[in-house]
Design a protein around this ligand. Structure first.
Ligand code: NAG
Ligand code: NAG
Ligand code: NAG
Ligand code: NAG
Ligand code: NAG
Length: 536
C-alpha cells in the first residue's frame, strides 16, 4: 500500500515538472483596431507560478493603455484606441526559475466609423447650380479613401485622397457643383466611400449614403380649365381648376378683376367652385401660383361669360314710389344677361306705340299727376325675358273742380241736382256751403251732390263747393238767382238761371265770384255754357 502511494506521488511530480513554461499574447495575429474602439491585449502564461510582466512598445513610446496584472496573465487595455496605439507591442514575462520569454504583436489602426453625409446647398432649383458635399467623418488612413458620387447609376464625380499624408483621423469632404434639371427629381444621389485596404481585416470597407433628389422648379405651364366651359348658363355650377407644374407644390391664390379694376381675393385652393353662377360672376379670373422655394410666380387668366335669360336687378323709382307733383322723378330699370338684354320700360296704361321708353330710365322732371300709374320693365334676350312692375303714385292737391247743375234751365218747384267733382290724390273730400243773405256761410252738406226738391225762392243764393286734401284745396261756387230781365211782374213763373264761378284757393273766393258774376251780367249772358267758359 505505502509503495503504491509513493509511486503516484512520483508520477504527479513528473507531470508537474513536464508542464513547460510558455507564454502567448491574445489575440495572437495581426490586430486591426478601430480608432475610438476598445482593445484588450492579454499576455497569458502557463507553467509559471508567479510570472512578472512587462509591456513595451517597440519604439519605447508611451503604451497608450492601462496595464493590469491578474496572477498568470496581464492585460493591456486601450480604451479608447487612438492613433498613439499604432505600434508593435512586446510582452516580456519573467519566471524566476525558468528565465524569461517575450512575444510581440502588431496593432494596426483604421477609422471608418460612419456613413457619408450628403449635403446640398442651396436646395436644388431647376437651372441653378448647387453644391453637393459628401462628408466622410473621421477617416483613417485617409490616403486610402476613394469617394464616388452617383446619380442613380450614373457616376457624377470620383475622388481619391492618395496624396494625403494621414497621421490621424480626418473628416474628408468631396464637393461637386451640380446643375439640376427638373427631370432629376426623384432620382437618387449616392455617395460611396471606400477604404479598400485588402490586407486589413475589418468591415465595412465601403459605406454609402443616398438621398432622393428634390429638384425645386416652377411654377410653370400654369393653365386654367373651366368646367363645363367658359360660358356657362346662369344657375349652372362652375369649376375653375388651376393646374401648374411646381415643386414644391405652389400656393394658389384666385383673384377676380372687378369692374372698378380693384381686385377681389378669393380662395386659396386649386379649384374655384361656384355652385350657382350669376351674371355678376362674369369677368376675368386670375390664378396666381407661387413657389415659395424658387420664389417664382406665374399667372393664368380666364374670361368667364355667364349666359342666360335676363334678370332684372333693379327696378326703382327715385326719390320714392310715392311723390308729390312737381318733384323730379326718375324710374330706372336695369337687367343683367348675356347676350345683353333689350330693355323696354313703359307705363302699362299707355299704348305700346306711345310713351314706350326703350331706355333703361325715364326722367320725369317736375312730375305731373298724369304721369302716375303702373310702370313695367321687360328685359329680354334670346334665352327669355323677365318682367317687373312698379307703381308711381303722384300725390297732388285738388284740381279741375267742376260744378254741374241739372237741369240746365230751372223753374220754381222743380228738383235741382248740383254736383261737385274734383280730382286729386288722395281723392279730395268735397263739402258744400251756402252763403246766406247776411254774408255768412253755412255748411250744408258733406256730400258731393246736393239735391234741392221743390225749388223755391229761399233756395236762391251762392253755393260753394270745397275740395280738400292734405296737399291743398280748391273752391268753386255756383249761384242760383233770378236774372234781372225776367224780374218783371208779368213773368208768372220766374226762370232760374244757374251761374257758376270759380275761386282759387289762395285768393279770397268772394272777390272773384263777384267779379265773375258782374262780368257775366254785363255781357247779358244767360247761357250756362257761356258762363262756364269764364272760369278763372
Ligand atoms: C491562459 O491559458 C490557459 C491555457 O491555455 C487558459 O486555460 C486560460 O484561460 C488562459 N487565460 C486567459 C486570461 O486567457
Ligand atoms: C365641380 O366640382 C365639384 C366637386 O369638386 C363636382 O361635384 C362638380 O360636379 C363639378 N362641376 C362641374 C361642372 O364640373
Ligand atoms: C350677384 O348676384 C346675386 C344674385 O343676383 C346676388 O345674390 C349677389 O349678391 C351678387 N353678388 C355681387 C358681388 O354683387
Ligand atoms: C328738378 O330739377 C331741376 C333741374 O334739374 C332743378 O332746377 C329743380 O330744383 C329740381 N326740383 C326738385 C323739386 O328737386
Ligand atoms: C249724404 O248722402 C248720403 C247717402 O248718399 C245720405 O245718407 C246722407 O244723408 C247725405 N248727407 C247729407 C248731409 O245730405
Amino acid at each position: 500500500m505505502g509503495g503504491t502511494r509513493q509511486a503516484v506521488l512520483v508520477i504527479l511530480c513528473v507531470l508537474r515538472t513536464v508542464k513547460a513554461f510558455e507564454m502567448e499574447i491574445i489575440p495572437a495575429e495581426r490586430i486591426v483596431a478601430q480608432i475610438g474602439g476598445t482593445l484588450i491585449l492579454t499576455c497569458n502564461t502557463t507553467g509559471c507560478a508567479s510570472p512578472s510582466f512587462s509591456w513595451r512598445t517597440q519604439m519605447d513610446s508611451p503604451l497608450g493603455g492601462e496595464v493590469s496584472r491578474h496572477g498568470t496573465y496581464s492585460t493591456l487595455t486601450m480604451n479608447p484606441v487612438s492613433i498613439v496605439n499604432s505600434h508593435s507591442y512586446l510582452c516580456t514575462v519573467t519566471c524566476d526559475e525558468r528565465g524569461k520569454k517575450e512575444k510581440s504583436v502588431k496593432v494596426e489602426l483604421y477609422s471608418f466609423p460612419s456613413d457619408p453625409i450628403i449635403e446640398i446647398n442651396p436646395s436644388l432649383v431647376d437651372g441653378e447650380s448647387a453644391t453637393v458635399i459628401c462628408k466622410i467623418p473621421d477617416v483613417y488612413p485617409s490616403d486610402r479613401l476613394e469617394v464616388l458620387l452617383k446619380k442613380d447609376e450614373h457616376v457624377l464625380h470620383e475622388k481619391n485622397f492618395f496624396e494625403d499624408e494621414s497621421t490621424n483621423t480626418e473628416t474628408k469632404f468631396v464637393t461637386y457643383t451640380y446643375h439640376p434639371m427638373a427631370e432629376d427629381a426623384g432620382k437618387e444621389l449616392t455617395c460611396v466611400a471606400k477604404l479598400p485596404i485588402a490586407d486589413m481585416d475589418f468591415e465595412p470597407k465601403e459605406r454609402t449614403s443616398s438621398q432622393k433628389l428634390n429638384v425645386n422648379f416652377g411654377p410653370q405651364n400654369t393653365v386654367i380649365t373651366a368646367s363645363p366651359g367658359k360660358s356657362p348658363m346662369e344657375g349652372d355650377s362652375l369649376n375653375l381648376t388651376c393646374v401648374t407644374q411646381s415643386n414644391p407644390p405652389a400656393q394658389i391664390v384666385w383673384r377676380k378683376y372687378l369692374a372698378e379694376e380693384s381686385i377681389q381675393h378669393l380662395i386659396k385652393n386649386n379649384v374655384l367652385f361656384i355652385p350657382h353662377v350669376h351674371f355678376n360672376d362674369s369677368g376675368r379670373y386670375i390664378c396666381e401660383v407661387i413657389n415659395l422655394v424658387t420664389a417664382k410666380t406665374e399667372e393664368a387668366t380666364v374670361d368667364i361669360i355667364i349666359q342666360g335669360a335676363p334678370v332684372i336687378t333693379k327696378f326703382s323709382i327715385e326719390p320714392s314710389t310715392t311723390v308729390q307733383e312737381g318733384e323730379n322723378v326718375s324710374i330706372q330699370c336695369s337687367a343683367e344677361s348675356n347676350p345683353p338684354p333689350k330693355i323696354i320700360l313703359r307705363r302699362k296704361s299707355d299704348n305700346a306705340d306711345i310713351g314706350t321708353y326703350s331706355a333703361r330710365s325715364i326722367l320725369l322732371p317736375s312730375v305731373m299727376f298724369q304721369n302716375g300709374g303702373d310702370y313695367e320693365c321687360v328685359a329680354e334676350n334670346k334665352y327669355g325675358n323677365s318682367k317687373r312692375e312698379i307703381t308711381l303714385n303722384v300725390k297732388y292737391g285738388p284740381k279741375s273742380t267742376v260744378i254741374t247743375v241739372f237741369p240746365a234751365a230751372l223753374k220754381e218747384g222743380e228738383t235741382v241736382t248740383i254736383k261737385c267733382t274734383s280730382s286729386g290724390n288722395p281723392a279730395p273730400v268735397i263739402s258744400w256751403k251756402k252763403k246766406k243773405a247776411t254774408g255768412e256761410s253755412e255748411k250744408i252738406s258733406e256730400n258731393a251732390t246736393i239735391t234741392i226738391q221743390n225749388l223755391k225762392s229761399q233756395d236762391l243764393g251762392l253755393y260753394e263747393c270745397e275740395a280738400y286734401n292734405q296737399f291743398g284745396k280748391e273752391e268753386k261756387a255756383v249761384e242760383l238767382y233770378v236774372p234781372a230781365r225776367l224780374e218783371g211782374p208779368d213773368q208768372m213763373i220766374p226762370l232760374i238761371i244757374a251761374f257758376s264761378s270759380v275761386a282759387a284757393v289762395a285768393v279770397p273766393a268772394v272777390a272773384i265770384l263777384i267779379y265773375v258774376s258782374r262780368q257775366a251780367k254785363i255781357n247779358g249772358s244767360y247761357s250756362l255754357v257761356k258762363a262756364l267758359r269764364l272760369k278763372v
